[in-house]
Design a protein around this ligand. Sequence first.
Ligand code: 5GP
Length: 190
Amino acid sequence: MASKVFVITGPSGVGKGTLIKELLKAVPDLELSVSATTREPREGEEDGRDYHFLTAEQFDQRKEEDDFLEFATYSGNRYGTLRSEVERRLAAGHSVVLEIEVQGAQQVRAAELDSVQIFIAPPDPAVLRERLAGRGTDSAEAIARRLEVAEQELAVQGDFDHCVVNDEVERAASELVGIVRSELGQAPAA
Ligand code: 5GP
């Protein structure tokens, strides 16, 4: 069966991480690509597992070497998907999940790559502020910047193949799993 690249996007605080965790548990052979970023690691984050944490110079060098499938600046930091992360998983017969923001998703769409694009939306934009504040990992200033970007992101959700509203984690995760299984030609779970 052909492997595919699933691009999962949505504003910061929408709960992408939680839904993707459920997705990876439910669909074997699906692997998450580890992105590169220049952002500082948050408490508990590990280099190589959560992100490849790079300096701005290292990021630039990888960019010059054309190592990125896509990259974007988000809220003052750079983020990018390394081609090697995606290619080695596809070569091993796995499908790949990219958890990236909207500009990166647009670049993947423009690339010669068979990708399925999924947007995760909040039931109500006000939920984002609560979730970001509740997470306790970002400063008030960082949260304000993320909410500004979120508004622009919500405006382009119509460009995506699928949109899942994260109104309730279990329901939304099951919808996401259903979309991915169907795209992979797998039968829905019993
Ligand atoms: P965070 O700092 O919260 O980990 O991530 C901030 C935003 O960057 C999130 O929307 C996340 O999905 C996005 N992001 C993470 N990795 C990548 C990447 O490799 N490329 C792009 N374009 N965005 C990414």
